[in-house]
Structure formats: structure tokens, C-alpha cells
Design a protein. Structure first.
Length: 194
């Protein structure tokens, strides 16, 4: 069976990246293989963890590579070298440019901490709390040229209580992300190899 080569994009501590690596090592990603971590923050927790685990990294700021366009060309070259089949955006805090989107149409998924189309963009948890809604959730969707607007692959609800703090909601959302993301990645890989 073909191995599906996966690049994970992460900007921060990389808890979802860690979860995917753990899932692969526990044989829970099917034919999926985490081949590359891409980060715009060379000193992030995600990059440290990838290096610790022996996973290839592409960790450069846009400034280091003389702007977003050069960064995108460099990352496309890196992914072609590694024959990347799927991109998973897991806590990646930059908007992806059209060159990468076009090269990976229907092969790039994003993890977003709300029930899209509600609360797009940054600080979705803060937006949900400010709106005083009864629930929020997690969405995994395909990436297209519009922000958090691509076709939805999976969603899971997370109830909210009036007394909830930001931290409580963030922890509940993260638990759901850690369960939902590996499952969706595994399903995508299985479908790809059929």
C-alpha cells in the first residue's frame, strides 16, 4: 500500500502536530506518514519537537527568505522534493498564498477552533465567548483562497457554559482537536490510497 506523505504546518507549541506524530507511532494514521514540519517560527515548540523526533523541518521566517512569495516558492520546492501528498494546517497562524493553494487543491486541510462558518479568522474562542453562544466546536476543512471558507470535511460540537473561562474552553476544544484531527487524516489517507 502507498504511504501518504504529510507535511504539517504549525506556528506555536504544536500540540496537534505532536498528536499526529504520536498517532502515527501508535499505528493510528493508517498509511499516513509525517514527513515534514513547516513553521514560520524557527524557535517554536513545534520545531523543537520535530527535531527531537527526527522529523525533517522547514523553519524560516518570511523575512529570512526575502518575503512571502520567495518563502512559498521555497516551501513548494521542499514539498516536491519530499513528494508531499497532503498538507495539514494545525495551528499555523499565517494566511497561505495562492501558489501553495493551487498546487495542493483538495490536498490541504485546516483545523479551526469553531463551528464554521461561525467565528472565522483569529481568536475564534474569544469571538465565541464574546457572542455568548451556547456552543462552539472544531472544524476541519479544505483550504481555498477564502479565509476559513473551504468545503467542510468534519465538525464536532463543544458546549459552552456561561461561567466558562477562555482557558476552560481552549482545553475542551484542544481535547476534541486531538481526537478529530488524526481520525480525519487517517480517513483522507485511506481514501487517497484506494
Amino acid at each position: 500500500m502507498k504511504t501518504v506523505q504529510i507535511a504539517v504546518f504549525a506556528s506555536g507549541e504544536g500540540t496537534n502536530f505532536r498528536r499526529l506524530v504520536e498517532s502515527e507511532r501508535a499505528d493510528e494514521l493508517g498509511c499516513g506518514h509525517i514527513a515534514l514540519l513547516v513553521s514560520d517560527k524557527p524557535h517554536s515548540g513545534a520545531v523543537s519537537y520535530a527535531r527531537e523526533m527526527g522529523i525533517a523541518t522547514f523553519a524560516h521566517t518570511h523575512k529570512e527568505l526575502l518575503g512571502k512569495e520567495q518563502w512559498e516558492l521555497a516551501i513548494l520546492e521542499e514539498m516536491q522534493k519530499r513528494t508531499i501528498d497532503l498538507i495539514v494546517l494545525a495551528g499555523y497562524m499565517r494566511i497561505i498564498g495562492t501558489k501553495v493553494i493551487e498546487a495542493y487543491t483538495k490536498r490541504m486541510i485546516n483545523l479551526h477552533p469553531s463551528l464554521l462558518p461561525a467565528f472565522k479568522g483569529l481568536d475564534a474562542i474569544g469571538q465565541a465567548l464574546a457572542a455568548q453562544v451556547k456552543e462552539t466546536g472544531v472544524t476541519i476543512h479544505y483550504v481555498d483562497a477564502d479565509l476559513d471558507a473551504g468545503p467542510i470535511i468534519a465538525q464536532q460540537r463543544v458546549p459552552l457554559e456561561p461561567s466558562d473561562t477562555y482557558e476552560q474552553v481552549a482545553r475542551r476544544i484542544q481535547r476534541v482537536e486531538h481526537e478529530l484531527l488524526p481520525r480525519v487524516v487517517k480517513q483522507w489517507c485511506e481514501k487517497e490510497t484506494r
